[in-house]
Design a protein around this ligand. Structure first.
Ligand SMILES: Nc1nc2c(ncn2[C@@H]2O[C@H](COP(=O)(O)OP(=O)(O)OP(=O)(O)O)[C@@H](O)[C@H]2O)c(=O)[nH]1
Length: 817
């Protein structure tokens, strides 16, 4: 219910004559009010604002200084007191009125508000809650509209003069206590000299509060804040601030209110809300404003706690065996070569025993060892790279001497180059009559692999996997290359490496082949591998022998993990099993979240955004086409698109359908695949979809160049998709001179609209696509015809309409992914 607040009541409360209020209202509203007139909210606002303005307070410090002095005079045991002015004509202090103390020293340029307060004049005046006619106004708005006035307002109430009651009446929900505290602190900082005054004041205030039955919770909170402010002043607090912190959290740590922190931020020109995140530097500045000592909070992740990732001292490093992968075109002899290498090093007695196959093995040459990943082809190799594992040091590229370089050879070259590993070419099948190693060497130069014998730096070794010739030369070359790379590791630390492959054995549980890359792995070690954890229960080497420890570059097979890890997962031997399990749990959650979140793989649609964010320095592209000529033409045109911000780099070009391995390479290298007159094979298509690899298929080279150029400029045209509208069946054909052929059609599903495109389908075959020229019901042109109705449809170009033709109406809709 609205309580009436009449002119004379307002005047009385403001301690001004009725006339002053009436005059003020007349001035602003143009109406002359009677002293019994009840005022509405707007009118009350005007009156309060006016009298507040008149009694504005300018100097807070003086106000507080006076305030403190004055407080000592007011008797604390009389909580609800109001200071009565000597002259009723003097305006009382309403919302934004001055402190009475100020009135004791009237400023020449200000109207004296009231005369000096004398203790004897203090008389109790109860609050007038029933005269609270003004509906609450949001504090926020008040603050926004008149920040200065709000300050005065709160200041006014800050000392809890009875006049504060009037403030309460005006804006009943203003949290005065909050502002009380703020200005108390402000004043105390300024005064800063006399703690006794402050204390006395607080004691008084506390006793005032004790005398009040209402609002005890708020008061307690206010007291608490004051106590904190006191503590903060007495002993500066030390805050720990991380790299980033929310405003709310910072306020909590500073034992301040969020509003205080926000205010300080605003003073620094930073506009942040309570949930916004600010950086360490900004937060530190704010903390300093609160006289707090700042310490940087270092967040130690579980990983940092249990995984030793420190750099090795040079003194601790010892040479390690190179890790080699064999790659090449199908049937060029990868498996045969791997077998030949393996058997060349196995004694006759051992030979029979090699039944086990763990995905990697080591061979000896004198006192040196070489580790081979027994995973022919580049699939596993690229998968690992895609997962961030750099496992191999050297790639042996097998090229059949009678066949030369083939598409998969080229792919292998690009994969190896993208992974930045050394390439050694093994020219295989040298025993074959048609072997032409010279031709292979010539072909290699086309891919920037200049043979050593021609002055380049690519070693090319002729071998025969079948006859086991040249194997030793190949191994020697591998060791020589490894020596040049100075491959080293520290065996005296916790093991770290990569999962090569893993499977689930019914009897033994998860089994993983792992390559130790640094440190030494022992049985009993606690392992974290990707999102799996466990303790090494049993460990065997590549020959199936039980071993207790494995140093750098040694492949082993282990059991004991609680789940099957994924090939390419990095593993670490860690110190604490409980934390290890916690870490794995955390990783599993992160993985789930990552899957949930959108992918960040580059696509033509997000290319510009990534460029803008500076994430893209190179746009990697894989080109597949139906003929070699197109591949080259596209490569050249695309590379010319490079600009200052982004270099366009065609990492692989080949002839034929887009294969699984193209997608894998694109995924590993964050590349886009463009295809000309080629299609992806089903597996490639599915993998591309799964991995978020952008595949663009074109029929015209110009379209491709144009689209990529547009994408680089952020002006990629939107994609279109077809939206089916409805179908109509042609039941009669009318040939009308000067108009053409009209189909007398019946709409069987959906609707046919005038703007729709029409696909004419005859016996399941698409005859043509056209636009509607005329759409009529009887003699009227119509915009659309709904299902179940007959209509006449004429097409723009197509005239050869036949009875029974199906008209599929559709529209092309632009969309963005
Ligand atoms: N004459 C001759 N034939 C060889 C030689 N190396 C391999 N072959 C034959 O070439 C064929 C393919 O050999 P693989 O070792 O299976 O070739 P791959 O590259 O592993 O083939 P995929 O596993 O299908 O990619 C087999 O019939 C081998 O016997 C060689 O040095 N000389």
């Amino acid at each position: 219910m609205m309580i009436k607040y009449r002119v004379h009541e307002v005047a009385k409360d403001l301690n001004v004559p009725n006339k002053d209020v009436i005059d003020t209202l007349q001035k602003y509203t143009g109406e002359v009010k009677k002293h019994m007139t009840a005022l509405d909210e707007g009118e009350l606002d005007v009156v309060f604002e006016t009298f507040t303005q008149k009694n504005n307070m300018e100097n807070l410090d003086a106000y507080f200084a006076e305030g403190n002095r004055k407080e000592t005079v007011i008797e604390p045991e009389k909580p609800d007191v109001s200071i009565q002015p000597e002259k009723p004509a003097a305006p009382a202090q309403p919302v934004k009125g001055p402190h009475p103390a100020k009135a004791a020293h009237p400023q020449p340029d200000q109207k004296p508000v009231r005369k000096a307060v004398k203790p004897g004049k203090i008389t109790p005046v109860g609050p007038k809650p029933q005269k609270a006619p003004v509906p609450p106004r949001p504090v926020q708005n008040t603050l926004q509209r008149k920040p200065q006035q709000q300050t005065n307002n709160t200041t006014d109430s800050g000392i809890r003069r009875p006049a504060g009651r009037i403030v309460d009446t005006h804006a009943s929900h203003v949290e005065l206590d909050k502002y009380n505290e703020k200005y108390d602190r402000l004043a105390s900082e300024k005064i800063n000299t006399n703690n006794t005054v402050q204390k006395q004041k607080l004691t008084q205030r506390s006793s005032q509060y004790r005398g009040r039955p209402r609002n005890s919770r708020k008061e307690t909170e206010s007291e608490r804040l004051r106590r904190i402010a006191m503590e903060r002043k007495a002993k500066p607090i030390t805050v720990q601030i991380p790299e980033e912190i929310t405003v709310g959290e910072l306020a909590l740590r500073l034992k301040a209110t969020a509003a205080e922190v926000i205010k300080k931020l605003m003073a620094m020109g930073v506009f942040a809300a309570v949930n916004d995140v600010i950086d360490f530097d900004t937060a530190s500045l704010v903390a300093m404003e609160f006289h707090a000592k700042v310490e940087k909070e270092v967040v130690v992740t579980i990983e940092e706690q249990i995984i030793d990732d420190s750099e090795d001292e040079d003194d601790n490093l010892v040479p390690r065996a190179p890790v080699v992968v064999v790659m090449g075109h199908v049937d060029h002899g990868k498996t045969s070569l791997l077998d030949a290498i393996r058997h060349a090093n196995v004694t006759a007695t051992e030979a029979g025993g090699i039944t086990q196959h763990i995905g990697a093995y080591q061979v000896k040459l004198g006192d040196r060892e070489v580790t081979f990943l027994d995973t022919p082809g580049h699939a596993a190799f690229t998968t690992m790279r895609a997962r961030g594992a750099q496992v191999t040091d050297i790639a042996v590229l097998v090229v059949a001497a009678d066949d030369g370089i083939m598409p998969q050879t080229i792919e292998a070259i690009h994969h190896a180059k993208a992974a930045k590993v050394s390439i050694i070419v093994a020219i295989n099948k040298m025993d074959k009559p048609g072997a032409n190693p010279q031709h292979v060497l010539e072909q290699l130069t086309e891919y920037d692999l200049v043979p050593e014998e021609w002055g380049g730096d690519t070693p090319c070794i002729p071998v025969s996997a079948l006859q086991k010739t040249g194997i030793k030369d190949l191994l020697e070359m591998i060791i020589l290359t490894a020596d040049m790379k100075e491959l080293k590791a520290n065996p005296d630390r916790a093991a770290k490496g990569t999962v090569i492959e893993a499977r689930l054995d019914k009897g033994r549980g998860p089994i993983a082949t792992m390559l130790v890359q640094n440190g030494t792995l022992h049985t009993g070690d606690i392992l974290v591998a990707g999102t799996t954890v466990g303790r090494v229960r049993a460990m065997t080497d590549a020959d199936g022998n039980k071993i207790d420890s494995a140093g750098p570059s040694v492949p082993v097979e282990i059991t004991g993990l609680d789940d099957v890890p994924t090939g390419g997962d990095i593993f670490n031997a860690v110190s604490d099993e409980r934390l290890a399990r916690e870490l794995v749990e955390q990783r599993r959650n992160e993985m789930k979240e990552e899957r949930f979140n959108s992918r960040t793989k580059v696509t033509l649609d997000n290319l510009f955004d990534q460029m803008k964010q500076g994430d893209m320095k190179e746009l990697q592209i894989i080109v597949k086409a139906d003929v070699q000529g197109s591949v080259e033409a596209v490569r050249q045109s695309l590379e010319k698109l490079s600009n200052d911000e982004v270099r366009v780099n065609v990492i692989h070009g080949g002839v034929g359908a887009i294969s699984e391995s193209d997608v894998m390479l694109a995924y590993a290298s964050n590349a886009i695949i463009v295809g000309f007159n080629v299609r992806p094979d089903p597996v490639a298509e599915e993998n591309a979809k799964r991995d978020g690899v952008d595949m663009r298929l074109y029929r015209i080279i110009y379209d491709c160049i144009d689209e990529i150029e547009s994408a680089m400029k952020g002006m990629l045209a939107p994609k279109y998709r077809e939206v089916a509208l409805g179908k109509a069946e042609c039941r009669e054909v009318y040939k009308i001179t000067s108009v053409g052929t009209i189909a007398g059609a019946h709409v069987t599903t959906g609707k046919i609209t005038r703007a729709a495109q029409i696909r004419v389908v005859r016996d399941g075959i698409v005859i043509t696509e056209d636009k509607i020229d005329s759409l009529r019901r009887f003699k009227d042109d119509v915009k659309e015809v709904a299902e179940g109705y007959d209509c006449g449809i004429g097409l723009e170009k197509f005239n050869d309409i036949k009875q029974g033709d199906i008209f599929e109406a559709f529209m092309m809709e632009a969309y963005k992914e």
